[in-house]
Design a protein around this ligand. Structure first.
Ligand SMILES: *Cc1c(COP(=O)(O)O)cnc(C)c1O
Length: 243
């Protein structure tokens, strides 16, 4: 198990490097986030001890359950799953970044809790760039007005945009949803919203990380290629499965 994870990590880093080289990008511009849903603390530890620093969880329950098994390690935890408003307070105990900010009510709830705690948090805005009903995220056309609305919450530091691309066996079918995230970022820059600069793109997973890097990704979120299949026996990309 240990050898497999270490071997897989090397492979994934190699894929990232190769993709960066192909698109003339520096590999330091692309961070690897370990998507650790359903992965045990023990396995996560192997990857961290091999040099990884960033993990992403989809569920509050898993964040909490793995906390004790990982607390001696120096890791940055992002929340990458659908976040229910009633879980905000708990998630804020563990995560330093919410990558799945997808609606005003969530922004308001985060702000309310953060004001109480007198602190701020990094956020990525999740956008549904594949137009699939099974996915959460703002519609591309709503993004600019959304940013203008949440900007008043000084507790939310807008760090970037996140999407789950369309997965398909055909490579070229996957590209448009990744390309669109980059285009949305350009539109945001064109709109010149004060203090909204340097937005990172979080996109690319086991299947599409090369394409995502070619389209400008700064964070690839990889699970399966490192930890193996999750065997959930259900459509993993149906984000609507209740927590
Ligand atoms: C599971 C997950 C990933 C990783 O997907 P893999 O195909 O296992 O690499 C990335 N992003 C999100 C939001 C996820 O839930």
């Amino acid at each position: 198990m240990k050898e497999d994870i270490i071997y897989n990590l090397k492979q994934v880093h190699q894929r990232i490097e190769d993709a960066c080289r192909l698109s003339n990008r520096k590999s330091s511009d692309v961070q690897l986030l370990l998507a650790t849903k359903t992965v045990s603390a023990e396995k996560i530890r192997i990857a961290i001890e091999a040099g990884e620093t960033l993990i992403g969880e989809n569920k509050m329950q898993e964040l909490r359950d793995k906390e004790s098994g990982l607390k001696d390690l120096n890791i940055e935890r992002h929340f990458i799953g659908h976040l229910q408003t009633n879980k905000v307070k708990d998630v804020l105990k563990y995560a330093s970044c919410i990558q799945s900010l997808d609606r005003l009510s969530l922004a308001e709830e985060l702000d309310k809790q953060l004001l109480k705690e007198n602190r701020s948090i990094n956020v990525f805005i999740q956008i549904n760039t594949s137009f699939e009903e099974s996915k959460f995220g703002l519609a591309p056309t709503e993004v600019i007005s959304f940013i203008k609305k949440i900007k008043k919450h000084k507790t939310l530091k807008i760090k970037g945009l996140m999407t789950i691309g369309l997965l398909d066996v055909e490579k070229e079918k996957m590209r448009p949803s990744l390309q669109l995230l980059r285009e949305i970022r350009d539109q945001i820059y064109d709109a010149q919203i004060e203090d909204v600069t340097n937005l990172k793109l979080s996109m690319g997973m086991s299947q599409d990380l090369e394409l995502a890097i070619a389209e400008g990704s700064n964070i690839v979120r990889v699970g399966t290629s490192i930890f193996g299949n999750r065997f959930l026996g259900k459509e993993i990309w149906n984000e609507n499965i209740a927590e």
